[in-house]
Structures are given as C-alpha cells and as structure tokens.
Write a protein that binds this ligand. Structure first.
Ligand SMILES: [Zn+2]
Length: 298
C-alpha cells in the first residue's frame, strides 16, 4: 500500500521530481482527500449483521462507474484494490471487464499477498511487481535516520515489521500503534498466568469484539502467535531470532517452565482458533476452547 500510494502521487504530482510529497495533489493523496485516488477494500458490515469477508460486486460496480469518468482534479484516476484475493467471483469478473478495456487516464493497482487466489485472466491483464522483504538492518537504519528512533527500538520495530518497510515507517510515525501493541502483549502475558476465570473473561472480550472488529481480533491473535513463537526460539537459545526484543524477560520466564512441545502446541492452538474464526464458528466458544488448551506460564 505504501508503494501504491507513491505510484498514485507519482502519477498526479505537479513537481519536477515526482513524487515530491509536498505539492497540493501529493498532500491531498496522502490525506486521502484526492477525488481521483480511491482504495477499495473489504468494508463495513453485511446486511445480516456479520462482518464482511469479501470485496463485493457493488463495490466494483461503483468503481466501473467512476472509472468511466475523466479525472476530476488530477491527471490520472487511480484505483487501488487492497486485498485483491478477497474479490468475490462475480466482483472479480466485473473487474476483469474493466481491465480488458481500460479507460484512458485510469490506472488500477491490485495488491495481494496471494496471487494464487486471483483469476488467471486478471493476472494476465496485469503487470506484476513482486515485493520481497527488505533486510531488517536496512529498515532499522532508516528508522534511526528518519525519526531519530533509539537503536534498540528501531531494531525491534524492524523485526516486528518482518521486512515490510511501509509498516515499519507507519509504526514509527504513530506511537499509538506501538503502544496499543505493547498493551495487547501485556494482556496476553497477564492472561496466560491467570486461572480459568481470567482466561474466560479474555475469551469473552475478544469474542464480543469479533462481531464488530473481525480484523482487530485476528490481528490480536496473530500477535499471540508471534509471542509464542518468541517463547519457542528463546527455549531453543536462539535469542537473535526474537521479534519482541523488549519482552525478553517475560519470554525467558515462560520458556523456563514449558517444554518445546508444549509451546509448539500452543502456537498450533492459536492458529487453529484463527482458522475456525475465519470459517465463522461461534467466536466465544472457539476462544474459550483455545484458552482452555493454552498452558499456564511462569
Ligand atoms: Zn508532488
């Protein structure tokens, strides 16, 4: 998405060296105010009250309509389909029609982590750009340079980013994001030390949140998987592979009391719960079940 936004700025920038990031169109695109640049992603809640899990045909019909119009304020209309693997089949087919006869002055950017889920006919209409993870020390270096981040924190953010520079830049410019993450990790560590009441209270909170904020809950569980993975690498004395560097003490304490098998089962339990949730089982039951399975930590 970071790169896609840069392409949108590049196409509409008014400076000589594009994208400048400073001119009016650049700023309007960054602020998501530019009328010619639009991101399409899974959004809102379905009619039946359940969280939507796909980009719908209605969203692509809107895109079709807008794409047939001349750019309103810029040189190009840019549509960024964020999570193109989440198009429903009919939405994908509707998009394919637009891609087969692309209007002039319109650029479509399809973002996906899984090209295998796209229609081959769509892929054949696109120019593919593959993005690979960047070396972590390059990311850390850049954070120190751009934001004056402390070296230790820069290293941690780089590791958390998993090599995604856009994520690392955004996180470093947004202290709330890192604080929220830290407080979620605090909750994980506290809850895993608790008896069944505390664990069920956690399951209930996440279960309730899931109906209105599906992605948020899945992100919290991903964080939990990452935390357990850290416990595993610590128990194998591979500290250099730890993601959450600032948590080393808690990770060591947890690793001390558990066998590697127990930790590996914990990782599996959380991952299975995530796939159950994605298949729309009763969220609270699935989460309670997970909390019963996870071992108690030191
Ligand atoms: Zn510009």
């Amino acid at each position: 998405m970071t790169l896609a936004m840069d392409v949108a700025r590049l196409l509409n920038c008014e400076a000589d060296e594009r994208p400048c990031g400073e001119c009016n169109p650049c700023k309007r695109i960054t602020g998501q105010l530019h009328t010619d640049v639009r991101a399409i992603r899974v959004e809102g809640t379905g009619r039946e009250g359940r969280g939507r899990t796909a980009i719908s045909i209605d969203q692509i019909r809107d895109l079709q309509k807008e794409a047939s119009l001349k750019p309103y304020e810029g040189r190009y209309r840019v549509f960024i389909v964020d999570g193109a693997e989440q198009l429903t089949e009919e939405a994908a087919n509707a998009l394919l029609k637009v891609l087969e006869e692309p209007p002039e002055e319109v650029v479509f950017l399809l973002l996906t982590a899984d090209t295998g889920s796209l229609l081959p006919t769509i892929i054949s209409r696109c120019q593919r750009i593959e993005l690979r993870p960047l070396a972590l020390d390059i990311i850390a270096e850049e954070l120190v340079k751009r934001f004056g981040t402390e070296r230790e924190q820069a290293n941690e953010v780089a590791r958390i980013s998993g090599g995604k520079p856009g994520w690392a830049l955004e996180a470093s410019g947004d202290s709330d994001m890192l604080e929220r993450r830290a407080s979620q990790l605090d909750t994980v560590e506290v809850t895993l030390r608790q008896s069944i009441e505390g664990r069920f209270a956690y399951a209930e909170r996440l279960g309730t949140a899931f109906t209105r904020n599906r992605d948020g809950v899945l992100a919290e569980l991903t964080l939990m998987v990452q935390w357990w993975r850290d416990v595993l690498v610590v128990s194998q004395d591979k500290t250099e592979l730890v993601t959450n560097l600032s948590r080393l003490d808690a990770l060591r304490a947890a690793a001390d009391g558990l066998s590697s098998d127990a930790v590996a089962s914990a990782i599996k339990a959380v991952q299975e719960t995530m796939s159950h949730l994605e298949r729309n089982v009763n969220p609270r039951l699935a989460l309670e079940n997970m909390m019963l399975t996870l071992p108690t930590i030191n």
